[in-house]
Design a protein around this ligand. Structure first.
Ligand SMILES: Nc1ncnc2c1ncn2[C@@H]1O[C@H](COP(=O)(O)OP(=O)(O)OP(=O)(O)O)[C@@H](O)[C@H]1O
Ligand SMILES: [Mg+2]
Length: 279
């Protein structure tokens, strides 16, 4: 076991939360998982890639205001300098939880950076100096494929795909998996991904049938549990807190605690494999 300590990963885990379909629980997943992880003593950074800035607003910031933001990273990169994530984040009111806010100006990025080389790697470069200071970095993606999602998929070591358990969800998931295959080709490596059923309501046929279909078609990538419908998520966002910190005993928060267990467990397994391979 010689050298195990030095071989231990210094890098933070970068988890992108994405689905090209809107309203499936991406932002809720980022906020609630972040709260859960901070509650366990992890240092967490949330990155709001969505120009709508729902995550930014959840934590009481205005995406129309000037200040540090994801957009700032791209301005620096376009000026030919190296983007540094440390300059674009703010501390939230919660100890151990930082946020890189969104700016509504991010909506114009696709037009601005079209054709400029290297713009898909801006986020990955900006996160590099944060590897030492944060245990987990969660990326909240916009619901459309563009430069921001491409940056997230290039920078992450794992993709979490929330899928609402209703019929139209399957099309969105198929589209997301096609995008992932494209990214896999350009990265030259497989991006680990986990499909997370959300907004599950046991009483509705749509929820039960969609879950059965997910199990049948993607048994390998599917999380073996689900996030239930819980109206308290909305109340938590109104209060500016992750549900996992505001009401940790609620059904919704408990489900995200189980998701955190699953994510940390597989990450620990991967690290053990990495260490074994390195010894
Ligand atoms: N498990 C849940 N139970 C009940 N409501 C939920 C749940 N998850 C999310 N919601 C609600 O559904 C709405 C959409 O959720 P959220 O904003 O997290 O989705 P999103 O995928 O980030 O949406 P967008 O694509 O617009 O960014 C919000 O009002 C949120 O409070
Ligand atoms: Mg969102």
């Amino acid at each position: 076991m010689r050298g195990t300590a030095t071989l231990q990963r210094q890098r933070s885990r970068v988890w992108a939360v994405a689905n090209q379909k809107g309203g499936v629980g991406k932002t809720t997943t980022v906020s609630t998982l972040a709260g859960e992880l901070v509650g366990r003593g992890r240092r967490v950074l949330m990155v709001d890639l969505d120009p709508h800035g729902s995550l930014t607003a959840w934590f009481g910031r205005d995406p129309d205001a000037q200040g540090p933001s994801v957009y700032g990273l791209f301005q620096v990169a376009r000026a030919g300098e190296r983007p540094d994530g440390r300059r674009q984040l703010i501390a939230t009111d919660i100890e151990g939880l930082d946020l890189m806010p969104a700016s509504t100006a991010q909506a114009t990025l696709d037009r601005q950076v079209a054709g400029i080389e290297g713009m898909g790697l801006v986020l990955g470069q900006a996160l590099a100096p944060l590897q030492a200071t944060h245990d987990v970095i969660l990326l909240d993606c916009p619901p459309m494929l563009g430069v921001l999602m491409v940056n997230a998929l290039a920078a992450c070591d794992r993709l979490i795909i929330p899928v609402q358990t209703e019929f139209l969800a399957i099309k969105g998931l198929e589209r997301m998996l096609r995008t992932l295959a494209m990214i896999r080709r350009s990265r030259g490596e497989v991006v680990d991904h986990l499909i997370v059923p959300t907004l599950y309501d046991q009483r509705t046929r749509a929820s039960r049938d969609t879950l059965a279909m997910l199990r049948e078609r993607w048994p390998e990538a599917l999380w073996d549990d689900r996030i239930p419908v819980d109206t308290r998520f909305r109340d938590a966002s109104r209060r500016g807190l992750p549900l996992s910190l505001w009401q940790p005993q609620s059904r919704g928060a408990q489900a995200y605690a189980r998701l955190a267990d699953a994510l940390l467990e597989t990450a620990a397994g991967a690290e053990a494999d990495e260490r074994r391979a390195a010894v």
